[in-house]
Design a protein around this ligand. Structure first.
Ligand code: NAD
Length: 254
């Protein structure tokens, strides 16, 4: 199907001030996308939506949604479908990390991590993919993590790594199953990106230590990740599907 002049993307977890989601919302809007900002807080989501609209002159919507709530996720997608231009993109960026070692992790903590990262993504994707399929056009990106590929590390332990690995398999399956409906599905696997996901626990000393392992000689930025997501959502990105894009400064071969 024809790529619309002004497509809409939903970015989950996009209200975090220094986060990957907010940077992605701005990057997409810069290329003319209308953007729905989905995050836990209504006010924070609206504030980012307003800021994106003002800076880029695109239609936006800010929605306070807990994506673990299936009904809320479906209602959010329905509103986006009603109030913004044709829904083409979904960025499953909302996520929580967990530093708890495996021998100490409680079932509650384990479930919390899977609820947001995996089940939240399931809800948003099932709702959005139905709309995309009806137009025979869609772009889905799951934000996974290097943690999924390497088995934890900087940010997470088994629950986080397992949840992020699930997103890789899910994206590949969606690529296979939804390809005939004109939908691509891919993942990005960021390495160490300077955000607040660890609640500011990433000290300057720890950052320097991480950088010494990288080929690029610096820690990643939210814009590094947003650029790749933007490509995968773009019209030009349409022949890429079922792929995982590493955005990690060369960590795997360093
Ligand atoms: P962040 O904590 O700044 O942003 C995550 C956002 O998700 C927050 O705004 C939070 O409110 C939102 N969120 C959490 N639970 C939610 C729920 N139930 N419903 C709706 N929104 C919810 O983190 P970030 O570093 O920008 O991370 C974005 C994504 O990138 C996450 O999935 C994370 O796991 C992944 N990631 C981050 C890094 C990194 O180094 N920062 C590395 C690899 C992967």
């Amino acid at each position: 199907a024809e790529f619309p002049a002004q497509p809409t993307a939903i970015v989950t977890g996009a209200a975090s001030p220094r986060g990957i989601g907010r940077a992605t919302a701005h990057r997409l809007a810069r290329d003319g996308w209308a953007v729905a900002v989905v995050d836990l807080g209504q006010d924070a989501s609206e504030a980012v939506a307003r800021e994106v609209a003002e800076q880029h002159g695109v239609p936006t919507l800010g929605l306070g949604v807990d994506i673990t709530d299936r009904d809320a996720a479906f209602a959010a997608v329905e509103r986006v479908d009603r109030e913004l231009p044709q829904l083409v993109g979904l960025v499953n960026n909302a996520g929580v990390s967990s530093p708890v070692p495996f021998l100490e992790v409680t079932p509650e903590e384990w479930r919390r991590v899977f609820e947001v990262n995996v089940h939240g993504t399931f809800h948003m994707t099932q709702a959005a993919a139905a709309v995309m399929a009806s137009h025979h056009l869609g772009r889905i990106v799951n934000v996974s993590s290097v943690s999924a590929e390497r088995g934890g590390g900087v940010y997470g332990r088994a629950a986080y790594s397992g949840a992020k690995a699930a997103l890789l398999g899910i994206a590949r399956t969606l690529a296979r199953e939804l390809g005939p409906h004109g939908i691509t599905a891919n993942s990005v696997a960021p390495g160490s990106i300077d955000t607040d996901i660890m609640g500011g626990t990433l000290s300057e000393a720890r950052k320097a230590e991480l950088v010494s392992d990288l080929l690029v000689g610096r820690i990643g930025t939210v814009d590094d990740v947003a650029a790749v997501i933007n490509f995968l959502l773009s019209r030009e990105g349409g022949y890429v599907t079922g792929a995982t894009y590493d955005v990690n400064g060369g960590l795997h071969i360093a």
